[in-house]
Ligand binder design. Structure first.
Ligand code: ADP
Length: 340
């Protein structure tokens, strides 16, 4: 193929593409490739631009033996590295064609999936190990000790309960994720949902000596929503406010109107007067299994998935989440949901 035709074909492809001639110099590089490696590539020896050994070996193979190969090529970026899968293929007359595919996102997804499986396994293994240990003790040393048996059984119940909650949260998370593209259309009264979630959680709050108040806009506050899912959001946020808000305090559920970019919305602030959260943690709180204090969260029966579920449900409703916190004073978790 003549050089001019090669250049025109290379220019037409949207992926970064570089053609190398039999003289080992770059014959053509399209605009996407120039965006990666800079201008003026044509005529330069490929070694000046493409130095990574894996890629060099693939180029040598294509130019020398006419073999097709792939290589991973990493370009350091300002905030993160960008990984490319480069396919080096012979292009006839001793030339080679390099195609660059950005595989950063795919690699990150793979890493996230592996981390998730590792986290879930770890979270399940801890209570399971405890259960196995107690079963062994009950069979052996504590066989005829009625008091110990009772104590161990209640610990076993707690550990089994933890596993049960974790599985429940995982199932909930996958259900919400699978529905995330379907926007809810049923009209529900957010005020009524807030009042009923508060009523459900009052016994638990009473036990912790925490008062729950509802303030702000009066009923009704109709919004298009999935009422079970919004109830889940409310329960998770109010439970956290009670759990982390400190005994003897109060939790305020404040309803207000707020403009969203695409129209009017209703905001619910879940306000506690607890220890608050250090700002470094705030951007990561909605990640799965992210906890400020893992030991404390587990002590209180937390799975570390509550806020991740909240985030997915709010996303499905095209709403927003805002977290404001002052260490030592308390936190405000706000959810803003569109009215129409
Ligand atoms: P968990 O099951 O651990 O409560 P969540 O996803 O609900 O999981 O919350 C993640 C972490 O965020 C918690 O472990 C806790 O450290 C922190 N957090 C959540 N709500 C509050 C709050 N109201 N005050 C202080 N910390 C909070």
């Amino acid at each position: 193929m003549d050089g001019e035709l090669m250049r025109r074909i290379v220019a037409a492809v949207p992926l970064p593409l570089i053609a190398i001639g039999p003289d080992e110099r770059i014959l053509a590089a399209n605009a996407a490739a120039q965006a990666l490696f800079g201008q003026g590539l044509e005529g330069r020896h490929h070694l000046l631009t493409l130095r990574q050994p894996a890629l060099q070996a693939a180029i040598a193979g294509a130019l020398g033996e006419g073999a097709t190969a792939t290589a991973r090529h990493v370009i350091p970026g300002p905030s993160q590295d960008v990984a490319y899968r480069v396919t080096v293929a012979p292009a006839g007359s001793g030339a080679a064609l390099l195609t660059f595919e950005d595989v950063t996102e795919a690699e990150q997804m793979g890493q996230m999936r592996r981390d998730f499986v590792a986290n879930v396994s770890h979270e399940l293994r801890t209570p399971l190990t405890a259960l196995l240990g107690f079963i062994e003790t009950l069979r052996g040393a504590a066989r005829d000790d009625a008091a110990a048996r009772d104590r161990f059984l209640s610990i076993m119940e707690r550990e089994a309960g933890r596993m049960n909650r974790l599985i429940g949260d995982l199932l909930q998370l996958s259900r919400v994720e699978s529905e995330e593209r379907v926007r809810p259309t049923t009209q529900v009264d957010l005020h009524a949902l807030v009042a009923s979630a508060a009523a459900t959680l009052r016994p638990m709050a009473d036990e912790a000596g925490v008062r729950i108040d509802i303030t702000g806009e009066p009923a009704p506050l109709p919004i298009p929503a999935d009422s079970d899912q919004i109830t889940q959001v409310l329960v998770n946020l109010i439970e956290n406010a009670v759990k982390y808000g400190g005994a003897g305090g109060s939790v305020t559920l404040h309803l207000a109107r707020e403009q969203l970019p695409r129209g009017p919305g209703i905001r619910l602030d879940v306000i506690d007067r607890g220890e608050g959260i250090d700002p470094v943690h705030i951007p990561r709180l909605t990640e799965r299994f992210y906890r400020v204090d893992g030991h404390r969260s587990r002590e209180k029966g937390g799975t570390g998935l509550g806020l991740a579920i909240v985030k997915h449900i709010v996303q499905r409703h095209r709403g927003r989440i805002r977290i404001d916190s002052t260490p030592g004073k308390g936190s405000v978790f706000s959810v803003i949901l569109p009215e129409a």
